[in-house]
Design a protein around this ligand. Structure first.
Ligand SMILES: [Fe+2]
Ligand SMILES: [Fe+2]
Length: 165
């Protein structure tokens, strides 16, 4: 009898440990400190910008005949994008379901269309920076196309019948 009770307790302890580990893993990005989440966002913006910038620098270096400099920029850009950004995005829980991702993209593009590029173009016109104003307005039109394509894709996905498992 004693052996049976001890065995039962052992099972309870093992089950509790597995439950605790499962909870920690599943909730790792939902329980992050608010400031940590903000820092992850800042870091991801920096890494994404560094990737884009280094690719342009690499392009310039290649055109200038400096192959080694171009390769160096491309190698660093690859790390910024496929290691630093990707690892931080994983920790931040950036990628959700396809529907969640489309909703997030629509939100971002809508902000660019209705607020950001709209106000930036207006500011540039007022300041007399005509070329920048024109570019902002042209980009705004492209973002409209993105927003609408994402909206259409979301509607199509939502209309799709659920696949039975
Ligand atoms: Fe980096
Ligand atoms: Fe866009």
């Amino acid at each position: 009898m004693d052996t049976k009770i001890r065995f039962a307790w052992l099972l309870v302890v093992i089950a509790a440990i597995f439950f605790a580990i499962g909870r920690t893993t599943a909730q790792s990005h939902t329980t992050l400190n608010k400031e940590t989440v903000a820092n992850l966002s800042t870091a991801m913006h920096g890494e994404a910008f560094a990737f884009a910038k280094y690719m342009l620098y690499a392009q310039h270096a290649r055109k200038s005949g400096n192959k080694d400099v171009a390769d160096l920029f491309e190698k660093a850009a690859h790390t910024e994008r496929f290691q630093h950004f990707a690892e931080e995005a994983q920790l931040a829980g950036l990628v959700g379901s396809d529907e969640d991702n489309l909703r997030d993209a629509i939100k971002g593009e809508s902000y660019e269309v209705q607020t950001m590029y709209f106000e930036f173009a207006h500011q540039a016109v007022t300041a007399g920076d005509r070329a920048v104003a024109d570019r902002f307005e042209e980009v705004r039109q492209d973002e409209m196309v993105h927003r609408d394509a994402f909206k259409a894709a979301l509607a199509k996905l939502q209309a799709k019948p659920a696949v039975s498992q």
